[in-house]
Design a protein around this ligand. Sequence first.
Ligand code: GCU
Length: 377
Amino acid sequence: MKNPGFPAPERLPLRRGWPDPLEMFRGERVATRAAWEHVRKPELGALFRHYMYGFEPPAPRNLRVRLLDEMPHARGRAVLREYRVNFGPRGTPAMSLLIVRPARVRGPVPMFVGVNFTGNVNVRSGMDGRPDAWPAELVVRKGFGFATFHASDVDPDRPDFTDGVHPWYFRRGQTKPRPTDWGTISAWAWGLSRAADALLRARETAPDRLMAIGHSRMGKAALLAAALDPRFALAIVNQAGCGGSAPSRGTVGESVRSINKMFPHWFNDVFPRFSRAVNRLPFDQHGLVALVAPRPVLFLAAEGDQWANPDGQFEVLKHAEPVYHLLGAKGLGVNRRPPIGKLVGADLGYRLRPGTHALGPDDWAVALRFASARLKV
Ligand code: GCU
């Protein structure tokens, strides 16, 4: 999906407030499910890629999945498996996909899939002190599994496109992505789709049981993955903030300008042109949630994490609602931000807890509650 013919950022009209997700780029309003599905949804996906995340390559046709290791885990109630997943042009780095699932179930299980920050070894050992927890016992006790890979398997988190998957998709003579090519968040999201390919192939899970989860920068990737890949039945997005679950037009916490400066590799090379002109963006992050509709999305926020703009995250869900309604789903179902600690919502869910920036067992407990009710596990 290339060359959608969108104008340069500087030539886009100013749009203060929340751009209407049901309004086409050239102004017509979408009023039917069919028009959303076949016309506006592809257009909005192209807009996000063109101006922000970049265009990713198509799904590789040569995916190979090999079981490397299997062992009991979490006091025998879980089984742990590690797969090697290969794809792409010869030489593309392999992904090590770690799976923890209930030992007593043989067939496909409902499964979360997420990118981890510090490596599968740390997830395996249950080491503390990481930004993201992967509570095996809690997850399997509820009848779920999780699958995870290290971010660096797909793309190390640094402003360098000579490593990770990117160079394997360059054309001859190319040394860095072209302005609208994919950045690192898009690569992680694409990696989540490759993990989905592998999990479905290995029959570890089924398409209506596969869920994207992620914390912070990996939450940005989880939301993008669910937006672009309909095989994710729902998305759990923990404190993803700017470039994920918080509005780009937000005035609290991280700004588009700051994120582009600090993390120039996360987005494409068009996005920085909005750093001083966020009101020219033809969408905001509620549009990304709308792309997941009518599938459920849960935002988990923390009071002490103002950098990720918890109030703004609530607003993002609220403004995605019209698309849920058009598709016959409920959306958030409440108008006011709930009190601290309370999970609210229907197809869209929101919860603000006390505390700071992390994905802990308490967040997982809420995620499991949300997912059980939505997937009827
Ligand atoms: C930084 C960054 C955020 C990001 C976070 C994280 O704080 O500014 O955008 O979400 O790191 O990934 O933990």
